[in-house]
Design a protein around this ligand. Structure first.
Ligand code: TYC
Length: 113
């Protein structure tokens, strides 16, 4: 049995109930925010330790790690990588924990890009 839409006028809408309307909603896919992970300079953490941290947790080559370490040493801080929130959070935690276990005051922070 064919169902017809109920209208106050008692008439159908003119399509005999045979057609239907399909609507599509266009959704904007937003890119997730990115976070800069930064290393801060201090007077006590050995340079070699910082280079090791950069190689170990950020996958940098020795040369790249040495260059970034020197930038931090001279400028006070440097961005060492840009990641999603969860990855950035993990990197910061890994660096802070590793530094603390070795009793170095090295600081690592993150900031929304
Ligand atoms: N300034 C430190 C030193 O002279 C080296 C250092 C570099 C420390 C980078 C921290 O994030 C840092 N031993």
């Amino acid at each position: 049995m064919t169902r017809r839409p109920f209208l106050m006028s008692g008439k159908t809408s003119g399509n005999d109930g045979e057609t239907s309307v399909i609507t599509k909603t266009r959704s904007r896919t937003e890119r997730p925010p990115l976070y800069k992970v930064m290393l801060l300079n201090d007077d006590y953490t050995p340079m070699e330790f910082v280079v090791h941290v950069l190689e170990r947790f950020f996958g940098l080559t020795h040369a790249q790690a040495f260059e970034i370490m020197l930038t931090v040493h001279k400028k006070g801080l440097a961005v060492v990588g840009v990641f999603s929130f969860e990855v950035a959070e993990t990197k910061v935690a890994q660096v802070m924990d590793f530094a603390r276990r070795h009793q170095h005051p090295l600081q690592c922070t993150m900031e929304k890009e």
